[in-house]
Design a protein around this ligand. Structure first.
Ligand code: ATP
Ligand code: MG
Length: 398
């Protein structure tokens, strides 16, 4: 932690609060990241000041989550989330507290947080506050619930996904009781919205350990989205680690693996239920269809695939072929794209209008374009206007 210090604008927020007699600490992910030696993505502050008091102290604020005590303080072009110490009331739907109460002490605020590593606070000067042993758990590489795991997951089922996501992100083990509670309380995952599940799954997919999804599936966290699940190991998930950390190909590979296992019937239905966007749904479902057959072997086969499915799906399929089947599809596709060779009627050296001038219409015109495309896929060097027009004239005469 010694070599990561908060930026000046964050210190300014802490000092301003402190100078008015309020308690103010860095808290949550940023403190955890500093201990891990990772530069935090964002900085959260917790304070004894009430939201209205925070708003009075700083000239530029946004009442982001005012009901939950969160005010975003804007300093120059930066923002810091400042949240009043609070405890959460009873949880009604396994997701949201019925009400929150603002409290004066830090320990109660830390107690409502999910994991010990996320329940550490750091004042601008002075000693770290770590009532639940978060520093030790970080040193040991352990994810542990603050308090009794089953109860914490009953309150908020999203925490089960977060536990596995952090485990994958940091390579930490989920502590035994916390893990057992995930298995025991997995049915409550059904109360988490599809959008939140999608975001969590995507974040897991994009870590260096996407195979954590095996635990998520085995525990039953994704049961709502799977048509069946047998207790068989899905060791193929580890193959996703070989893929670039990009959402589209990793979703496609996940779908292909689940489909091959019979845990989903249709990638389209699976992704639509998880509220993925239309482009991802289309591309992944095309990609899974392609994965039912062997990868293209020649540059012409790649060009046909590019013509039919487009560059996005072809690239996605190439990455999946390499990761799930093996081979060098990505290199082969790259070479085809780099060659600049024509794979679509749009890139032909003649246009539909040229063919109209030569008297072709309707189906005849369409067939001729397909014929020319097929021809230049075989003879890319012949994609020249005069030569193609000559070919059309010659074909018409015969
Ligand atoms: P990341 O680096 O992914 O942002 P983070 O720990 O900062 O990780 P956030 O979602 O930004 O995660 O949440 C900030 C802090 O709020 C957490 O560190 C944790 O203390 C608390 N927190 C967030 N979500 C929950 C939750 N569902 N239950 C309890 N505490 C939570
Ligand atoms: Mg955060």
């Amino acid at each position: 932690m010694a070599n990561i210090t908060p930026p000046r604008y964050v210190k300014q927020v802490l000092i301003t609060l402190q100078s008015r007699g309020y308690l103010a600490y860095l808290v949550g992910g940023c403190v955890r990241d500093m201990i891990l030696g990772v530069h935090p993505q964002d900085w959260d502050v917790c304070t004894s000041a009430l939201p209205e008091e925070v708003r009075e102290l700083f000239p530029h604020t946004v009442p982001t989550g005012i009901r939950h005590g969160t005010v975003t303080v804007m300093i120059h072009s930066h923002s810091v989330e400042v949240t009043t110490f609070r405890t959460d009331g009873s949880y009604l739907d396994h997701r949201h507290p019925e009400a929150v109460s603002f409290v004066g002490d830090l320990t109660s605020d830390l107690a409502r947080r999910d994991f010990t590593m996320n329940a550490i606070a750091l004042p601008p000067d002075g000693l770290i506050a770590d009532p639940f042993g978060g520093v030790e758990d970080i040193e040991k590489g352990i994810i542990r619930c603050v308090g009794e795991p089953e109860r914490r997951f009953e309150e908020d089922a999203l925490r089960m996904f977060r536990a596995l996501r952090f485990s994958a992100r940091f390579g930490f083990a989920v502590e035994e009781k916390t893990l057992a509670a995930i298995y025991a309380k997995a049915p409550l995952a059904a109360s988490v919205s599809a959008e939140r599940v999608r975001d969590e799954v995507e974040k897991m997919l994009l870590t260096s350990r996407p195979q954590i999804l095996l635990t998520a599936i085995e525990a039953g966290l994704l049961d709502r989205y799977l048509v069946r699940r047998k207790d068989e190991p899905v060791s193929e998930l580890i193959r996703i680690t070989a893929m670039p950390k990009k959402a589209l190909p990793r979703w496609a590979a996940l779908c292909a693996i689940l489909e091959r296992r019979g845990w989903i019937d249709s990638p389209r239905d699976f992704l639509t239920a998880l509220r993925l966007d239309g482009r991802t749904v289309r591309c992944c479902s095309d990609c899974c269809e392609l994965l039912h057959t062997a990868p293209p072997r020649t540059s012409k086969e790649w060009k046909k695939l590019l013509n039919h499915y487009g560059v996005d799906t072809a690239s996605c399929a190439a990455l999946c072929y390499d990761a799930l089947i093996g081979g060098k599809s990505r290199d082969a596709l790259r070479a085809v794209l780099k060659s600049g060779e024509c794979f679509s009627v749009r890139h032909l050296a003649v246009t539909g209008d040229d063919l109209v001038e030569l008297g072709l219409r309707g189906k005849e015109l369409g067939d001729m374009l397909s014929f020319l495309l097929d021809y230049v896929m075989d003879y890319p060097e012949n994609n020249r206007r005069e030569l193609l027009l000559q070919l059309v004239r010659g074909t018409e005469e015969n």
